[in-house]
Design a protein around this ligand. Structure first.
Ligand SMILES: Cc1ncc(COP(=O)(O)O)c(C=O)c1O
Length: 287
């Protein structure tokens, strides 16, 4: 049973109810933390409700994945989300799922340092090439795309920590023109403030460690897409490479997401107050 109108619900309703179906055994309204590593089959070769082994599938993780898909796609019906043991694990799974040796990734010049380190120190030795550009300069992005086939444009907006912003819709058009996938790291804006998939991005990645988790008590990541083929490849990485997140971490992010809207409102009003105060300050040149 679900409490949500799948086609017609607002952000906070989806945050609270999407993926949070009633527990069929006791009627718990909060998804239980299913710690079991293994699920007994109904009969030999017949899984019980699709569950088998917790690296691949887990009901608490499923609740979180459905909740995140409903928030990033803007409805509770479409899209696929897969969650991982860290933001970098999510990024690794996506890059392994979408790219192969010899491919090229064009990446923003001030993405999170760990993302750059992953591309430069882990994946470059495996022959995944990258080129760094200023994503706010569309001419520079076009030049990089024209210089040779790129599999992916990797954009973080706003960036951590410099808060630079890029035009997702314009980059999506460019990516389409050159047959590249547009990936947006939406960790800082969160789906409460920005929906990259609706602006034309192919994939969203998250460090759920940040605003989504919201309480500094869990490390995690997510990949979200409406592209079914890519979703299957990411799901396969989650299962086969094994960096899925734990049931407890899944629960903590699910709980955090339920208050994402009210927390982001407060972040916005606090940031606005500080920006206004600084812009009046005689010792400050630019805000
Ligand atoms: C924008 C952004 N993306 C990805 C990551 C990596 O996430 P994690 O630390 O959960 O691996 C971070 C971490 O700070 C981040 O700020």
């Amino acid at each position: 049973m679900t409490f949500i109108d799948k086609h017609n619900s607002g952000f906070n309703t989806r945050a609270i109810h999407a993926g949070q179906d009633l527990d069929p055994v006791y009627g718990a309204v909060v998804p239980p933390i299913h710690l079991s590593s293994t699920y007994a089959p109904e009969a030999i070769g017949k899984l019980r409700k699709g569950y088998d082994y917790g690296r691949g599938t887990n009901p608490t993780r499923d609740a979180l994945q459905n909740q995140i898909a409903a928030l990033e796609t803007g409805n509770a019906e479409t899209g696929f989300a897969y969650t991982f043991s860290s933001g970098l694990a999510a990024e690794t799974a996506l890059l392994m799922a979408a790219c192969e040796p010899g491919d090229r990734v064009i990446v923003g010049n001030d993405v999170y340092g760990g993302t750059y380190r992953l591309l430069d120190k882990v994946l470059r030795p495996w022959k995944l090439e990258h080129q760094v550009v200023d994503m706010s300069n569309l001419d520079q992005v076009r030049e990089a795309l024209s210089a040779g086939k790129a599999r992916m444009l990797w954009v973080e907006t706003p960036t951590n920590p410099m808060m630079h912003v890029a035009d997702i819709a314009a980059l999506a058009e460019l990516a389409r023109e050159f047959d590249a996938l547009l990936v947006v790291d939406n960790t800082f804006a969160t789906p409460y403030l920005q929906l990259p998939l609706q602006l034309g991005a192919d994939v969203v990645v998250h460090s759920t460690t940040k605003y989504m988790g919201g309480h500094s008590d869990t490390i995690g990541g997510a990949v979200v897409t409406e592209n079914e083929e890519l979703a299957q490849a990411v799901n396969f990485q989650q299962f086969a490479a094994g960096a899925s997140n734990s049931p407890l971490d899944s629960y903590l992010v699910t709980r955090g997401l339920k208050t994402l809207g009210v927390r982001m409102d407060r972040h916005v009003s606090n940031a606005t107050a500080i920006a206004e105060w600084l812009s009046e300050h005689p010792g400050v040149e630019a805000v």
